[in-house]
Design a protein around this ligand. Structure first.
Ligand code: NAI
Length: 334
């Protein structure tokens, strides 16, 4: 079966990790008709829009996309296209598996954490204004509807995949109303899943606990901002951002993308690690029912790490992005 998939290469290292991923997908023999349309600053130059209508109608047709990172200007300029895509398409669950890979040197072994991040509200509402010069207000929006929806997603995932515990992360000692509401909604859902252990942890302690003993965590459930920070912390536990894939899931469609950003310092140098993008593609093909081919790619990536000869610089090697992709292709058949 030929899949129709929207492809958003992104910018910075995006096009490089995308090219590496496409090479592996093709070599794995998965048939795809790509609808390639970019977003962000590159798209603005071409289409006069940061989030082109053409891209939105493509996702409307395909219901599935894979995306490279897109840069967002700091402190000025256009708002995040990543956030806009997630909100516009109601991709309410940001799902990020953080797993140790055999052969990657890191301080920990056997980490296997699922980060479930609420993707549509919180301080990412983008509602900011100057009250008077020198005073700015930024609104943190938490609703019962979105909190309950993400809690159900996390518990249903845990039930379906035999995960033992959910840790809900918060700062309700300080933000009593907003994080308080989030916790109340999660507790209501937790009661419907008595077989899954449930605990709550304040976000600052959570960060320390992750560094001390990451194996105590199973599924972590977080609001948008805490989820953003904790997923990068989690990536650091298993060897870095080059390794961690992600999925933005909603009821109608899904966008798969690495956790990392556009890494401007290494962009255009053929140095980026394409693993996060490749493993995002693996998740996408699982979602599309290409379970065997997805497993084939995942296993080829694992073999490259287990062999340890062709690794990119972020994980202690000296291979280029393309050399890593070629090594994965080699392991698809061997
Ligand atoms: P970043 O993830 O781009 O980089 C953080 C660090 O990780 C850098 O040292 C970078 O070199 C390294 N790194 C990231 N991915 C790597 C890879 N595949 N291989 C090797 N090293 C890798 O985060 P940063 O610097 O905070 O953000 C840069 C830009 O990316 C910003 O414009 C930001 O808005 C955007 N961004 C976009 C995201 C998305 O499209 N989903 C997510 C996060 C950031």
């Amino acid at each position: 079966m030929k899949h129709k998939i929207t492809l958003i290469p992104g910018d910075g290292i995006g096009p490089e990790v995308t090219a590496a991923t496409l090479k592996v997908i093709e070599a794995a023999g998965i048939e795809v008709e790509w609808e390639t349309i970019n977003a962000g600053a590159d798209a603005f130059e071409k289409h006069g829009q940061y989030l082109p209508d053409e891209l939105m109608s493509s996702i409307g047709r395909t219901h599935v996309a894979i995306k490279g990172p897109i840069s967002t200007p700091i402190g000025k300029g256009f708002s995040s296209i990543n956030v806009a895509l997630r909100k516009t398409l109601t991709l309410y669950a940001n799902f990020r598996p953080i797993r140790s890979l055999l052969g990657v040197k890191s301080r920990y072994e056997g980490v296997n954490i699922i980060v479930v991040r609420e993707n549509t509200e919180d301080l990412y509402s983008g509602l900011e204004h100057v009250v008077v010069p020198g005073v700015v207000e930024s609104l943190k929006i938490i609703t019962a509807e979105a909190s309950t929806r993400i809690a159900k997603f996390a518990f249903e995932y845990a039930r379906k995949h035999g995960r033992r515990k959910i840790t809900s992360v918060h700062k309700a000692n300080i933000m009593k109303l907003s994080d308080g509401l989030f916790l109340e909604c999660v507790r209501n859902v937790a009661r419907m899943f008595p077989e899954i252990a449930y605990e709550e942890m304040i976000v600052d302690n959570t960060c320390m606990q992750m560094v001390l003993d990451p194996k105590q965590f199973d599924v972590m459930l977080l609001e948008n901002l805490y989820g953003d920070i904790v997923s990068d912390l989690g990536a650091g536990l298993v060897g870095g951002l080059g390794l961690v894939p992600g999925a933005n899931l909603g009821d109608g469609c899904a966008i798969f993308e690495p956790v990392h950003g556009s890494a401007p310092k290494i962009a255009g140098k053929n140095l980026a690690n394409p693993t996060a993008m490749l493993l995002s593609a693996v998740m996408m093909f699982q979602h599309l029912g290409e379970v065997e081919k997805a497993a084939l790619i995942a296993s080829a990536v694992e073999k490259v790490y287990a062999t340890g000869k062709v690794l990119t610089a972020d994980v202690g090697g000296s291979a280029s992005t393309t050399e890593f992709a070629d090594a994965v292709v080699q392991h698809l058949v061997n």
